[in-house]
Structures are given as structure tokens and as C-alpha cells.
Design a protein around this ligand. Structure first.
Ligand SMILES: *[C@@H]1O[C@H](CO)[C@@H](O)[C@H](O)[C@H]1NC(C)=O
Ligand SMILES: *[C@@H]1O[C@H](CO)[C@@H](O)[C@H](O)[C@H]1NC(C)=O
Length: 484
């Protein structure tokens, strides 16, 4: 189940019309002027013109002239001083927009369902009965993250994101979620890792787009995340940066993007090997082999690391102490701490720095703060589970690129323009529904309703309180989803 998925053949179904008619060329009727319009057929509707032009292109294997989008951008919102970042999707017919956490640490899409307890709260829920394209799949759905879980059933519907639309995307309609996992203005979560770790078994929307030839300019996604955590005037919602699918945005980074391959045999997270770590200039010893694997995870607020590394990190920080009780797994540090941390990934000589501001996760008392690095215990979770979860405390400092083929993660320095968005108060983006999204059909359909829990332990990360931020890295694969 951990092998990278490749076998489904994908179809772009833009050519609704299979008609092979070519556009008729005008044939002047000869010497006489006639005012009568030709009546040999029913006049074409505007849709017919489009369908026939697409039909011609499809017949000759040409890309539809209506497929104008080959990359698209979704503007993000920064929620609660860098706790999490969300974007928007539009679901159903007619399309309705929802705010969803964009999470590279998991692979399922789900929305709070109108049947759930969330009904009547200020959470905007998905009402399947008001979409003409919704299909019930009568299959249970359940997923567990480092900081909570969600349960419900699976359905499918058309989903738009960043100017693209996937027809028949399978997603979870969640009726139960652990407290703290979801609150307004969020309605759910969209996982942006690979299908092989999807609890639903469904191919994630981004992956369908990346694998459908002719859809994206490049099979990748690129994130820029803003920082507001150290800005005492920041509001609960601030501009969060952006994610671009199909291309990188050269105005947001400088220099080269340093791509490092996803290690062979790695599970379906965006894995990078941590091959170097310094704190205040001191090199620490980091585990090697599979134990160096880190999930690069936009859905996790801080940075999870093996306990042996966390101990070394805080031994460099004067007056730091291991947390107890609710703070177990975290460290308490003076808020005046100014530590500089660098990471190396995949053996690259490029090292990436974390701004001192990001060494702090949040303030816990007048003078005490919680450090961004926390312990991850993946013992008993199988040697394919990542030992590190590298979240937003790191990702705010780089332009990060998630490339499907060849599978790699790339980092680049942020441009001055990107850096200037951090700490600059602004209008948060409002969802847009594309009037003419590029359309792709989802692959496969879920057939299992009887999957048994594949309980392989999973990562335990310490997040007993929602106030500690999100840890949205899927913990254990739940259902063995089968695909046609
Ligand atoms: C990123 O910026 C730092 C600081 O200016 C510089 O030392 C480093 O070489 C840059 N890295 C890349 C890959 O361009
Ligand atoms: C927040 O942190 C960043 C990075 O360390 C720094 O450049 C910026 O000046 C800080 N902003 C405030 C308001 O302290």
C-alpha cells in the first residue's frame, strides 16, 4: 500500500461531444442572392459550437482550446497567528465555496456535513441534497490526525480548486470530529499528499490534476506562507500567502529551487531526509536511514522531531525545561529566546534557516513560551512512518515546491515581495468560483464498505490542547480502500 501509485490510466473528458463533425465551411450558393438561411439542420446552440470545436480537437488528439488554465493559484488565509493556513474550494452543482485547511501531511478531502452536530453552529456545512451532481457512496470514512479525528461517510461530487475542476471527486462527509479540529470559518480539510496514504482510498484532487496529461504545465504545487505570529497587532485572519498548482511563481522566490528526491520506498507523504540540523551554529547529531524521514507538512504548526534530537536542541537553549502535564512532549523556554536553527535535506549542501521568531510556538505565561520543536514518537508505527514532521515553523521561511514527477520536494529562498507579506495587515482573500474551470474526471471509484482497520500504531504527537496548534499528519491508515 505504500508503493507510489501509477497504474490508472487517466482521461481528460473535456470532449463532451464525441461528434466528429468538423465545422462546416461556407459554400456560396452561386450567382443568385438568396435571403433564405440554410435549413438542412437544426441551428446549433452556443453549446453545440463549443462541443463541436472540442470534438474536432479531441478527434485529432489536440488539447481542447477551452483548456486555457494550465496553472492556477489559490490565495491562502493565515488563521490565528500562523496556527494554520486555509484556502477555498467550490463543491457541487451549483458550486458552493468552502474554506479548507490545505494539508500536505494527509491525502483525504472532507467537509463537515449538514447532518452533523456542526449544523446550527457557525460552521458552513455541505448539504448533499442541494447538489444535483452529488453521489452517495454508502461507505464509512474515518481518519485520525496527530491532533484529532474525523468520521462520516464517503460521497462524490464535482470539486473546483485554483481554477481546475475534478468531476466525481470522492470526499468524506464528516458528521463527527474531535473537538478543536474544526471551527468556523473552516468547513473541512483537503489533503495534498499521495493516494497511497488516503484513508478513503480516493485519489486526491491535486494528484488527479498532476497525473492527467495536458492539464498542468508542470505536475507540482508551490506554497508561500506568511508569518504574523510575532506581530502583536495581527488579527485572527490575515493574508496567508498562496499555493500555485501547475507552476511556480517566480515573483515569490529568488535563486534556484533545490529539489531533493523523495527517498525510495518512502510512504505517500512528502518525505525528505533530514541530513543536517544546527542550533546557534552547533551541529546536532540526527538519525540516519529511514529514521531521517520527515513529512513536509503544511498542516502542522510546529516541528516534530525524534526525542533524542529535541533533547539536543533545547540543551542549546539557556533556561529551557521539558514540559509536564499538558505540556508533555513540548519544552518551555524564555520568551526572550532568540535561537537560529538550520536544516539540510536530502544530503544537499544548501541549508535553510528558521527565523528566530519561528523558534517559538506560542506564549504560555508572562515570560514563558513554548518552543516550536516537539517530540514525535513513531515507535511501534512501522519503519515506514516518518520520524519528523516539518511543519509551518519551517515552511514560513522558504518557498516550498511539491513535485509529483519526478517525485521531489524543492525549497528556495523567498523573494523580497514574499517576505514583505509577512506582518503586513491586509484584506483576507475571498473565495472565487471559476466561471470556466478546466475540468478533469476523477479516476476510479470506491467499492469497499467492509474495510478493516489497518491499525499500525501510527505516530503519536503531543497535542492535547487545540491551543498548541494543529498536527495534521495522518496517523494510521484506516480503511484499506480498494479501487477499480
Ligand atoms: C538563500 O539565502 C541565503 C541568505 O541570503 C544564502 O546564503 C543562500 O545561499 C541562499 N540559498 C540559495 C539556494 O539560493
Ligand atoms: C517577526 O519575525 C521576523 C523574522 O524573524 C522579523 O523579520 C520581523 O521583523 C518580526 N516582526 C516583528 C513585528 O517583530
Amino acid at each position: 500500500m505504500f508503493s507510489s501509485y501509477s497504474s490508472l490510466s487517466l482521461l481528460v473528458l473535456l470532449s463532451i461531444a464525441s461528434s466528429s463533425d468538423v465545422l462546416a465551411s461556407p459554400h456560396p450558393e452561386g450567382g443568385r442572392t438568396i435571403n433564405v438561411l440554410r435549413r438542412s439542420r437544426e441551428p446549433w446552440s452556443p453549446e453545440d459550437f463549443r462541443a463541436r470545436l472540442e470534438g474536432v480537437h479531441a478527434k485529432y488528439g489536440m488539447k481542447s482550446p477551452f483548456t486555457k488554465r494550465s496553472s492556477g493559484t489559490n490565495l491562502l488565509t493565515n488563521l490565528q497567528y500562523d496556527s494554520s493556513y486555509f484556502g477555498s474550494i467550490a463543491v457541487g452543482t451549483p458550486p458552493v465555496s468552502y474554506n479548507v485547511i490545505l494539508d500536505t501531511g494527509s491525502s483525504d478531502l472532507w467537509l463537515a456535513a449538514s447532518e452533523s452536530a456542526a449544523r446550527g453552529s457557525d460552521i458552513k456545512t455541505f448539504d448533499s441534497s442541494s447538489s444535483s451532481t452529488f453521489k452517495e457512496l454508502n461507505t464509512p470514512f474515518s481518519i485520525t490526525y496527530g491532533s484529532g479525528s474525523a468520521k462520516g461517510t464517503l460521497g462524490s461530487d464535482n470539486v473546483q480548486w485554483a481554477g481546475f475542476e475534478v468531476i466525481g471527486q470522492v470526499f468524506g462527509l464528516v458528521t463527527t470530529a474531535s473537538s478543536g479540529l474544526l471551527s468556523a470559518p473552516l468547513s473541512g480539510l483537503m489533503g495534498l499528499a499521495f493516494q497511497s496514504i488516503a484513508a478513503s482510498g480516493a485519489t486526491p484532487l491535486w494528484q488527479t490534476l498532476a497525473q492527467t496529461s495536458g492539464t498542468l504545465d508542470s505536475p507540482l504545487m508551490a506554497f508561500q506562507l506568511t508569518r504574523f505570529q510575532n506581530d502583536t497587532t495581527a488579527k485572527n485572519l490575515e493574508p496567508g500567502g498562496s499555493v500555485t498548482i501547475g507552476a511556480t511563481d517566480s515573483t515569490l522566490y529568488t535563486g534556484d529551487i533545490d529539489f531533493q528526491s523523495i527517498p525510495n520506498g518512502a510512504p505517500g507523504y512528502w518525505i525528505q531526509s533530514v541530513t543536517g540540523l544546527t542550533v546557534n551554529g552547533q551541529s546536532l547529531s540526527v538519525p540516519t536511514g529511514n529514521s531521517a524521514w520527515a513529512a513536509i507538512d503544511t498542516g502542522t504548526t510546529g516541528i516534530g522531531a525524534p526525542a533524542s534530537v529535541v533533547t539536543q536542541i533545547y540543551s542549546q537553549i539557556p533556561n529551557s525545561a521539558a514540559g509536564t502535564g499538558q505540556y508533555q512532549g513540548y519544552y518551555i523556554i524564555p520568551c526572550s529566546t532568540s535561537a537560529s536553527v538550520t536544516f539540510n535535506f536530502g544530503g544537499s549542501s544548501n541549508s535553510w534557516s528558521i527565523a528566530p521568531a519561528d523558534f517559538i510556538l506560542q506564549q504560555s505565561s508572562a515570560t514563558e513560551c513554548i518552543g516550536a520543536f516537539f517530540e514525535v514518537d513513531n515507535s511501534g508505527a512501522g519503519n515506514l512512518t516518518p520520524s519528523w514532521i516539518v511543519g509551518d515553523s519551517f515552511l514560513k521561511n522558504v518557498y516550498s515546491v511539491f513535485r509529483q514527477d519526478p517525485a521531489a520536494v524543492g525549497f528556495a529562498n523567498l523573494s523580497a515581495k514574499a517576505n514583505a507579506m509577512s506582518g503586513t495587515d491586509g484584506t483576507v482573500p475571498s473565495p472565487t468560483i471559476a466561471s470556466f474551470p478546466s475540468t478533469v474526471t476523477a479516476t476510479g471509484s470506491v467499492v469497499v464498505a467492509t474495510g478493516t482497520a489497518n491499525s499500525n500504531g501510527g505516530i503519536s504527537a503531543f497535542a492535547r490542547s487545540a491551543g498548541f496548534g494543529w498536527i495534521l499528519c495522518i496517523v494510521a491508515s484506516v480503511f484499506a480502500g480498494l479501487f477499480l
